[in-house]
Design a protein around this ligand. Structure first.
Ligand code: PBG
Length: 322
């Protein structure tokens, strides 16, 4: 009789046969920056996650670095009066976001900084692209994304993260970066980014929800799998260094699909809503939040994501250090 339970009989054996284990170096910690000084404000729908003013952000990054957590995805919370149709603030080299990237790299040259390329945090329409008569204009948006990416690269970005889902943006940005001498700046493509309800808390954090309509003409339909292969093929050919699936937990099949079909490292974005659900249920005493965190991250890795963007990153790193 075969007895698979023998390989589960002790923690020593279990850890010996364990196929996948999350390590701190797999993780990218998304961080929100706001204007001001000595300020941090908790995102009410994301307990334990704060919008930091630049000085506090530096302290937070320092604390994370000590825990071995070294890669950060920065997102800006832009004051409403700085938003416009063209997201001009996104390529203002004296603006909050760009100054923050510079400061972080100046203080922590060894930190790896991933920046966000999309119009929504700066757009008065709250969309990732340029809106005209209720439509999102693809190619006109690319020019704005290009300015944004170049400004970020000049500020010291290590990885550019186009999260906008416009067609052709990876190739467009790659060429622009290369022509300006930024051949070493990586691109992590938000390859299969779905039009998801799980982004709600993130939009609270940045106050970036669309003012009208939804994102379904650019983000993918949650019902589709084959389409992720088309997106991945394009991103790979256009020069992406990493392929990302977002959200992660409800889309593990898509992570696995890309893992099986592409040689590039796959990232999974364990998004805001996935974080908040665990936190909310744990706060009610309905689940063990710590165990649910480790299980979620492990399962994302098992599905094939070597890299995980997660709001749990610091908590996980603290746990590993104990
Ligand atoms: C927008 C962007 C979103 C997220 C990252 N970049 C939200 C959206 O597309 O509306 C979501 C991240 C999260 O929910 O954690 N460019």
């Amino acid at each position: 009789m075969r007895r698979p339970r023998r390989n589960r009989k002790s923690e020593v054996i279990r850890s010996m046969v364990r196929e996948h284990e999350v390590t701190v170096s797999d993780l990218i910690f998304p961080l929100f920056v706001i204007d001001g000084k000595v300020t941090k404000s908790e995102v009410s729908s994301m307990p334990g996650i704060f919008r930091f003013s630049q000085d506090f952000l530096l302290k937070e990054i320092e604390a994370c670095m000590k825990l071995g957590l070294k890669t950060f995805a920065l997102f800006p919370n832009i004051n409403e009066e700085l938003k416009d149709k063209y997201a001009k603030e996104s390529h203002n080299d004296l603006g909050l976001y760009i100054r923050t990237i510079e400061e972080v790299k100046r203080n922590f040259p060894e930190a790896c900084i991933m920046t966000d390329v999309a119009m929504d945090p700066y757009s008065s329409d709250g969309h990732d692209g340029l809106v005209k008569d209720g439509k999102i204009l693809n190619d006109e948006t690319l020019m704005i994304l290009g300015k944004m990416a170049l400004t970020q690269a000049r500020a010291g970005a290590d990885i550019i993260g186009p999260s906008d889902m416009m067609d052709g943006r990876v190739g467009y940005l790659r060429e622009l970066l290369d022509n300006e001498g930024f051949t070493d700046v990586s691109i992590m493509a938000y390859t299969a980014k779905y039009a998801s309800a799980f982004y709600g808390p993130f939009r609270d954090a940045l106050n970036s929800a669309p003012k009208a309509g939804d994102k379904k003409t650019y983000q993918m339909d949650p019902a589709n799998q084959a389409e992720a292969l088309i997106e991945a093929e394009l991103d790979m050919v256009e020069g992406a260094d990493f392929l990302m699936v977002k959200p992660a937990l409800a889309y593990l099949d898509v992570i696995k699909l890309l893992y099986d079909n592409f040689e590039l490292p796959i990232a999974g974005y364990n998004v805001s809503g996935e974080y908040s659900m665990v936190k909310a249920a744990a706060a009610k005493g309905w689940i063990d939040g710590d165990k649910a965190m480790v299980e979620s991250l492990t399962c994302i890795k098992r599905a094939g994501a070597k890299i995980i963007l997660t709001y749990f990153a610091k908590e996980f790193a603290e746990r590993q250090g104990r």
